[in-house]
Design a binder for this molecule. Structure first.
Ligand SMILES: Nc1nc2c(c(=O)[nH]1)N[C@H]1C(S)=C(S)[C@@H](COP(=O)(O)OP(=O)(O)OC[C@H]3O[C@@H](n4cnc5c(=O)[nH]c(N)nc54)[C@H](O)[C@@H]3O)O[C@H]1N2
Ligand SMILES: Nc1nc2c(c(=O)[nH]1)N[C@H]1C(S)=C(S)[C@@H](COP(=O)(O)OP(=O)(O)OC[C@H]3O[C@@H](n4cnc5c(=O)[nH]c(N)nc54)[C@H](O)[C@@H]3O)O[C@H]1N2
Ligand code: SF4
Ligand SMILES: [Mo]
Length: 694
């Protein structure tokens, strides 16, 4: 067999958007997948789950043909039908819903299954041409974006490639060993070549923290208190860059007086850190000019997540680290791409969308909550692509009640029989990235990675674009893009954006979209009207749920209430070889992850009579689930960690862990508090649990 190496890019919901080299064994078969060496951020590194992508693309359980539901919703029994019949049925259902309630009753819904510029957002063209409901994509980064918008202004920052020139690297509220492995590679280079120090701030001793010089384990939702105390000390000890503060920020006497009260003692009581831990980190950060903070998103998935991001994002403004090469901060590059999406997303028709619905409030929306529906008609028909909402959205029980409604038509377009797919009226088989064309925004760096098709489509699988274009024809939707292929749309988008042609981009493998050094470091000012970083944020300008948010940088104590009925805090961070609920089907990932665990502090274990390897039930008013206990002092007492979003089958109630996650929008712009859930816990007797654990 001849092995050919072909180039493409990873589409998964990950900051890396790796450029890939794929062993092609035949037009329908791949071998190993490797990171390409020439895209500087990828630098030849790839995560283990994509390295063995052959397991996913050639998985025997892939959906292979269109199907119609023949059981009750959620039960998941289907029979094969033709593509024509499937598409006709969907188009008819959309017309019926639209005739009965108006076009806003149809809700195309997508998430980040693919981050493709064309294949992810392409369904917006249906909403925009037909006047269907649009979607505000809040499930992932909205709290992080809101916090960054409040202080910094625009969604960009210092290119993580500059880490290699930093003397101090802080990974704050992120776990790149699991979620962004390429970043770790650049961090390790800086440590080897310049002796840079690595500090990790998290709520448990993650694999990333294991590699750090200093690891700070604090209580969930208290990062702002740590940041404030650091600023207090840096100002107090004369380590602040006062010139920078007056030239580039709104810092004034009010802010100075306010920060003066935020002492390490105060912060130690809030965060659970030792005073010495806070002062040591503050002095190290204050004294190192080339300090780079890489913020993760994990620490923003809390009711006060946006204020945590805002507070921590002020640190480089206090030391003036933004001025330095290798200094400053970064969390994501969402504002740098400058793409003209008139064709790819029907941006020219955006005015036809009269109602935008919040993706994370799908439970409330499908159950007729008037505020979530914005006073408009019920949702009566959906097309779901790139999302396993029945498992990953907050308030799983409400989502599933909604998806079970007999008066709701649901089409799901998927790779596998997911929890969501089981609720479909029509289930369509989706092509995987190796079988389609697209380009991907690397939101954890600055390149658009090119992802051309390298395999023939599997069985009857079709891409998102093909499905949307075929539906558009049946619905009479009018837009030139509905006659275009994915590669034509990529080409047209690049050209309209002044980024060359598809041919040039494919030859290189990516398109560099990095802002200039001055813009990335905000040396021309911050993207606010006054050009300054804001210690006094205008939250009302950021989002609609700003009531009660602090008008001056602060720790906002609004996390889920710990009390006698729910004395512990649950955090549900990503596991290493699952990606949200993707890869939970691949043998390599299953072997590695084994089963969902609850990591419980020895003090709590003793208090509740939990044994290592025994079973515990955790719950709140939304429900309860059973987990296997691992006794570990990885987190603070009172904090329970359960990594991974596992399929229903991993739990005794046959419902995933988001059963326990509350669906109230995070202030000020929405999003879910995935890592902020107060719970009760009890040990369960072994004989009761032996079956459920298998
Ligand atoms: N292997 C793998 N990779 C992934 C994913 C995955 O599920 N698995 N998911 C992908 C997606 S969709 C995204 S958005 C990114 C997210 O990637 P990251 O930016 O790394 O964010 P998270 O993984 O959500 O959270 C990371 C860390 O935040 C910590 N954390 C939680 N609460 C707090 C807190 O209050 N304070 C502090 N300091 N830390 C806290 C968690 O313990 C966790 O270790 O990763 C992507 N990559
Ligand atoms: N408890 C808890 N819940 C969480 C999180 C957490 O940390 N803890 N993280 C949250 C975050 S950050 C996010 S982003 C969300 C993610 O939520 P989702 O984006 O829903 O992520 P996945 O569960 O991986 O589901 C994506 C689905 O898209 C499918 N898919 C992939 N590519 C394609 C394609 O090209 N076409 C079609 N039609 N389908 C495709 C995949 O098979 C997969 O089933 O989950 C959130 N939920
Ligand atoms: S999941 Fe992330 S790290 Fe893994 S190959 Fe894809 S982009 Fe790279
Ligand atoms: Mo995400």
């Amino acid at each position: 067999m001849t092995v050919e190496i072909v180039r493409t890019a990873c589409p998964h919901d990950c900051p890396s958007a790796c450029a890939l080299e794929v062993e092609r064994l035949s037009p329908t078969q791949i071998g190993r997948v490797r990171g390409a060496a020439d895209l500087p951020f990828t630098a030849g590194v790839v995560c283990e789950k994509v390295g063995r992508y052959a397991e996913r693309v050639h998985h025997p359980d892939r959906l292979t043909h269109p199907m119609r539901r023949v059981s009750s919703k959620g039960e998941g029994k289907f029979e094969q039908i033709s593509w024509d019949e499937a598409l006709d049925t969907i188009a008819d259902a959309f017309k019926v819903a639209s005739d009965k309630h108006g076009p806003e009753a149809v809700w195309p819904y997508h998430s980040g299954g693919t981050l493709g510029v064309v294949q992810r957002y392409g369904m917006d063209r249906l909403s925009r041409t037909m006047g269907y409901s649009g979607m505000i994509g809040t499930i992932c980064v909205t709290p992080a974006m809101s916090g960054w918008a409040a202080g910094v202004g625009g969604q960009r920052g210092v290119d993580p490639m500059e880490i290699e020139e930093s003397d101090l690297i802080v990974v704050w509220g992120g776990n790149p060993v699991h979620t962004n492995v390429n970043l770790m590679n650049h961090i390790q280079k800086a440590r080897k070549t310049r002796g840079a120090k690595l500090v990790v701030v998290d709520v448990y001793r993650t694999s990333t923290m294991a590699a750090a010089d200093i690891g700070l384990v604090l209580r969930p939702g208290t990062d702002a208190a740590l940041a404030l105390a650091m600023m207090q000390m840096i100002l107090d000890e004369g380590l602040a860059d006062e010139d920078y503060l007056s030239e580039f920020t709104d810092f004034d006497d009010d802010v100075r007086a306010h920060l003066a009260t935020k002492t390490p003692d105060w912060a130690a009581a809030v965060t659970g850190l030792e005073v010495d831990e806070i002062t040591e980190f503050a002095r190290l950060y204050g004294a190192t000019k080339k300090s780079y903070i890489k913020f993760g998103v994990g620490f923003t998935r809390s009711r006060n997540g946006a204020t945590n991001m805002h507070a921590a994002s002020a640190l480089p403004a206090v030391t003036g680290a933004w001025r330095q090469r290798g200094g400053g901060a970064f969390w994501g590059s969402f504002d740098i791409w400058g793409l003209d999406t008139t064709l790819a997303h029907a941006a020219d028709k955006i005015g036809n969308v009269t109602r935008m619905l919040d993706q994370s409030r799908i439970g409330a929306i499908l159950n007729g909550d008037e505020s979530a529906l914005k006073g408009g008609p019920p949702v009566a028909a959906m097309l779901i692509q790139n999302s396993n909402t029945a498992l990953v959205a907050p308030d799983t029980a409400a989502v599933r009640r909604g998806l079970s409604r007999e008066d709701l038509f649901v089409c799901v377009h998927e790779h596998f029989m997911t929890a969501t797919a089981r609720y479909a009226d029509i289930l369509l088989p989706a092509a995987m990235f190796l079988e389609l064309d697209d380009m991907y925004k690397g939101w954890g760096h600055t390149a658009l990675s090119m992802g051309p098709r390298v395999l023939d489509p599997h069985e009857e699988c079709r891409s998102n674009l093909e499905v949307v274009n075929a539906l558009a024809k049946r619905l009479g939707a009018d837009h030139p893009s509905f006659d275009m292929s994915a590669s034509e749309l990529v080409d047209a988008t690049l050209q309209a954006s002044g980024k060359g042609t598809l041919e040039d981009a494919l030859a290189k493998g990516w398109v560099d979209c990095a802002p200039s050094f001055e813009d990335a470091h905000f040396l021309n000012g911050f993207p606010h009207k006054d050009g300054r970083f804001h210690f006094k944020p205008d939250w009302a300008a950021v989002g609609p749920f700003s009531a009660g948010m602090p008008g001056i940088i602060d720790h906002w104590a609004v996390t889920d209430t710990i009390g006698p009925d729910r004395p512990l805090k649950l955090v549900t961070p990503p596991s290493r070889t699952y990606l949200n609920s993707s890869f939970t089907e691949t043998p390599g990932s299953k072997r590695r992850e084994k089963q969902p665990m609850a990591m419980i502090h020895p003090k709590d274990a003793a208090h509740y009579g939990v044994t290592d390897g025994g079973m515990v039930r955790i719950g709140n008013k939304q429900g309860d689930i059973l987990l296997r206990a691992k006794i570990s002092d990885t987190a603070k007492p009172g904090v329970v960690i359960s990594e991974g979003v596992w399929p229903d089958d991993a739990y005794d109630r046959k419902v995933g862990i988001n059963l326990l996650i509350d669906g109230t929008p995070v202030a000020p712009s929405g999003g879910a508090a995935f890592h902020d859930t107060a719970i009760w816990l009890k040990a369960e007797a072994d004989e009761l649990t032996a079956d459920a654990a298998d």
